[in-house]
Design a protein around this ligand. Sequence first.
Ligand code: PMP
Length: 411
Amino acid sequence: LKSLGDLPVLPLPESFALTAAYNDDPFHEKVNLGQGVYRDNNCQPWVLPSVREAEETLYNRQVDHEYLPIAGDSKFLTNARELLFGPQIASSKNITSLQTVAGTGANHLAAIFCAQKLCPKNVFISDPTWDNHHLIWREAAPNVMQLLYPYYDPSTRGLNFEGMLAKLESSAEENDVVILHACAHNPTGIDPTREQWKKIAEVVGRKKLFVVFDCAYQGFASGDADADAWAIREFYSMLFTESSSPSSTPAGMFVCQSLSKNFGLYGERIGALHLITPTSTSPEGAKAHLVQAVRAEISCPSLFGARIVHAVLDDAELRSKWQEDVQIMALRIKSVRALLKSELERIGAQGDWCHIEKQIGMFSFTGLSSAQVQELREKHHIYMLSNGRMSLSGLNESNVAYVARAIRDVL
Ligand code: PMP
C-alpha cells in the first residue's frame, strides 16, 4: 500500500445503510422493516419497564465506575449462565463464562479462539445467515475456510434439513466449526424441530464437530426463555455430561449469548461467551487464553449493561416483570404476523402467505425478490433487506394495510 488513499471505499452493511436512508426519507408514510430492533405498537423504541426500574435502583444506589475484572462481572455471569442453561446445568464445572461486547463480541471472541487454538480447516455457516457471521470469521479467522450448509428451501419455504445434514456428513471433519442459530434463525425465522435438533447433535458428536451456538433471541421466539434455550441445553445434555460417551464428545462448544434484544439493551453492548468442555478435561487453560484475548482487545468489559441484567435477574419480582416484558414483545410480533398475513389474503395478494405466521422471531423471510424489495423502497418508501427479510417490529395496526397494498402492487 503506497497511500491510504488507495484503499477502496466499502459499502455500509445493508441494515445500517437502510436505516440511514430511511432516516433521510421525508415521506411521512415511510416504513422501516430493515433493522432487527424491537419497536412498540407506535413503531417507537421501547425501554422494558423492568429495565427502567432496574436503572432507577442503580441510580439511587450511587454506584461507582471502577474497572471490572477481565472476564467480566461475576454476578452478571452467574445470572446470564442460569438464564441460558437453567439453574441445574448452569452450576456445572465444565462451563466457563466471560462477559463480552454483546453477541457480536461473543461471536468475535469465539472466532479468534477457534482460529488460534482449535485451528479448524472449515467453518460451516448456514445459507443464508446473519451477514456479520461472514465478516467476523473473515476478519478474525482468515485461515479458516467458510463453507455454506443448506438451510432454507425456497420451494417449501421451510428448512432443508436433509441438505443440511448431508453437507455436514459429507464435508465436515473433526474440529471443524459449525455455527448454529439457537432459536429464531436470522434471517429465515425457521428453526429445526426438537427431533431434528437431536439428529444434528448426534452428527456433531459422532464427527466431533465444534459447535458455535449463536443465541441472540432467547425469549423472543416463543416468549418463554426456557423453551428458546432448549436446543442448547439438549446439546449440553447429549454431548457434555459425565455420561456422554468420550467417543462422541467434541473438543468443546461455544454459546454466544446476546442480551441486546431480550433486554432491549441494544446500545449498551452486553453479552456473554460460554465455553463448554468435556467433563474429563480442565477448562482452566482455555479460560486463560480467552481472558488474554479479551485483555488484548478491550482490557475489560463495560459495566452498565451487566449491572442492569444482574439487577433484573437477581430480584424475583423484577425477574417476573421482565418475563412479562419479553412476552409482550413476542406476542406483539406474533400478532403483526397474523395481521399482515390476513391483510395480504383479504386484499387478494397473489400467493400463499402462511409462512409469515409459521416463521418465528423478529423476522419474516417473505420470499420477495430483490427487485420487488427495491420497488417497495423506491415506489412505496418501505425499507427491508434485499434478500426479502422483513423485520416485523416495524409493522403496526396503522401501517399494515399500507404495507400489504404495496406488496400486492410489486408482486
Ligand atoms: N447473532 C445474530 C444472529 C443476530 O441477529 C444478532 C443481532 N442482529 C447478533 C448475533 C448480535 O447482536 P448484538 O451484538 O447486538 O448483541
